[in-house]
Design a protein around this ligand. Structure first.
Ligand code: NDP
Ligand code: BG6
Length: 514
């Protein structure tokens, strides 16, 4: 790659692009929360460790609870000790901690936002230079709108607008709970920010292997000719978790697998798998292609026996221990109609994918933690090998393993050595850890850095969220109307409910056991 090519777009430059990032203040709303401790502070620390923060970097926590600066620094230090992928290096952290402070205030209090603006102005004055401010909204969604509105009325949203160091905002998920609320949130955002200032996060897009998917698809000549309905039989996207709802029952009851995982994470995986090659890795070019594919998806039939399956985990054995069912979990109503597992069959009505089903599934308390995209190819035509006990021809499968044990595997048929002609499906495996080692940045590191440097490629545009909600809102409405009627169950520690198997069996397919 020539020098000019490598500097043309940040996506092509890996993580070595902080040079030129202006002095930056990251303001975290909800700074005393779980996400801040588990992901955001460790991400900032690791960016500092890798020397990827601008030389003048400031971290400001914001929340209702009054926390003195010293105490916030101590909380942050503990968070790094507990959750960072690297051990705390005192020299690295001292430098960041020296520029770490806290502002207390409610999320709908104009006076508090005026104080925050003064706090940022004081940093700027002390530095003697303008700073860009990246607001990270890491609160429950109920306060997204008041925060955005007050960023507008306080003038914080429009600082240095028209210049490269304008204000930016990262908004956490969930982005709305249906089409109407997502449109409402987009409307509130648009009344305060310009779209290029807005970074809607889906942390799956920050995962190394998800970015790897783009490279594997578009930097290799062998895949593209096969990437269509002529060769691909169907696609399976699995995001299976071993964890149950744990202590998040309050949140999860209002959410469920469709809102929590399918509508966002699995749909992003689908969009990257199915989109047309973008004209460049420019954020708009990539997002244009994702939107096109989302809009080409045929409306779903939410009726039982249609395109969906939903279920709750019942008690079962996991890791040798008896695990209780969802309805027995803390904070969960015994009458709950919230699904912990969802499976969907999608058809994309365009030239490339007509007639190729895409199956998505996601669930909690499943047999194994695994996220993968499996491309199953058509069987070879009229085989010259006679079907006999010795011949075991499997369809070729290309499986992108997102996590854990990240990599790419290809299943093909090989000959078993020996004088007889015996075949057996064999696997060719590429593993990131074997080839590159296991020191991979966390998704939030990549995403915070991208937002700081102004690269929106791995963030979701407003029309993308709406296209996805457009598809799923009728399903959610039908499920709500049906209540528990049609809700299946699966044993904790299993691969999901019978209704999900039936969804594929109707098309003469089976779920893979990744
Ligand atoms: P928390 O429940 O920990 O809340 C974050 C902070 O927001 C709290 O410390 C509190 O700070 C403030 N807060 C809490 N409840 C309310 C309320 N009802 N009204 C106003 N303020 C409130 O959330 P998380 O940190 O877990 O999540 C933050 C965001 O990130 C959410 O949008 C979540 O969906 C998303 N997310 C979280 C993940 C996780 O693993 N935690 C994973 C992916 C996304 P204070 O009282 O000081 O104001
Ligand atoms: C979050 C969901 O978005 O993703 C959680 O709210 C889920 O319920 C988590 O556990 C899974 O993320 P990961 O990166 O662990 O696969």
């Amino acid at each position: 790659m020539s020098e000019s090519e490598s500097t043309r777009h940040p996506f092509l430059q890996g993580l070595s692009r902080h040079r030129g990032t202006p002095p930056t203040v990251v303001v975290i709303f909800g700074a005393s929360g779980d996400l801040t401790a588990r992901k955001l502070i460790p991400a900032v620390y690791n960016l500092g460790f890798d020397n990827l923060l601008p030389a003048d970097f400031f971290l400001v926590g914001y929340g209702r609870k009054p926390i003195p600066d010293d105490e916030f620094r101590e909380i942050a230090t503990q968070a790094i000790r507990e959750f960072s992928r690297r051990e705390l290096n005192p020299d690295v952290w001292r430098h960041i901690a020296a520029n770490t402070s806290y502002v207390a205030g409610a999320y709908d209090d104009s006076a508090a936002f005026t104080r925050l603006a003064a706090h940022i102005a004081a940093i700027e004055q002390k530095l003697g230079r303008d700073v860009q401010v990246l607001f990270y909204v890491s609160t429950p969604p109920s306060v997204f709108a008041p925060i955005i509105t007050h960023l507008g009325s306080s003038g914080l949203a429009s600082r240095h607008l028209g210049q490269p160091h304008h204000s930016k905002i990262i908004i956490e998920k969930p982005f709305g709970r249906d089409l109407e609320s997502a449109r409402g949130l987009n409307h509130t955002i648009a009344s305060v920010f310009q779209e290029h200032q807005v970074y809607r996060i889906d942390h799956y897009l920050g995962k190394e292997t998800v970015q790897g998917l783009l490279v594997q698809r578009f930097a290799n000549a062998i895949f593209e000719p096969l990437w269509n309905r002529n060769y691909i039989d169907h696609v399976q996207i699995t995001v299976a978790e071993e964890v149950g709802v744990g202590t998040r029952g309050g949140y999860y009851e209002q959410s469920g697998a469709l809102r929590d995982m399918i509508q966002n994470h699995t749909m992003q995986l689908l969009a990257l798998t199915a989109m047309e090659p973008p004209v460049s890795f420019d954020a708009e070019a990539v997002r244009d292609e994702k939107v096109k594919v989302l809009k080409a998806i045929q409306p779903l039939d939410p009726a039982p026996g249609g395109d969906t399956a939903r279920a709750q985990y019942a008690s079962g054995m996991m890791g040798g221990k008896q695990v209780r069912g969802y309805l027995e979990e803390e904070g969960i109503s015994p009458e709950s109609a919230t699904e912990t597992y969802a499976a969907i069959r999608l058809c994309i009505n365009n030239w490339r994918w007509q007639g190729v089903p895409f199956y998505l599934r996601s669930g909690k308390c499943m047999a194994r933690r695994v996220s993968e995209i499996a491309i199953q190819f058509k069987r070879p035509p009229g085989t010259i090998f006679s079907e006999s006990a010795h011949i075991n021809l499997a369809p070729n499968t290309l499986a992108f393993q997102i996590q854990p044990d990240e990599g790419l595997g290809l299943i093909f048929n090989g000959k078993v050595p020996g004088l007889a002609t015996r075949t057996q499906p064999v696997k060719m495996n590429f593993r990131y850890s074997t080839t590159f080692g296991s020191d991979t940045p966390e998704a939030y590191e990549r995403l915070v850095l991208d937002a700081m440097t102004g690269d929106g490629t791995l963030f979701i545009r407003g029309d993308e969220t709406e296209a996805s909600w457009q598809l799923y809102t009728p399903v959610l409405e039908a499920w709500t109307a049906a209540g528990r009627k049609g809700m299946d169950a699966y044993a904790a520690g299993s691969w999901g409910p019978a209704s999900s198997d039936a969804l594929l069996a109707a098309d003469h397919h089976n779920w893979r056991q990744p």
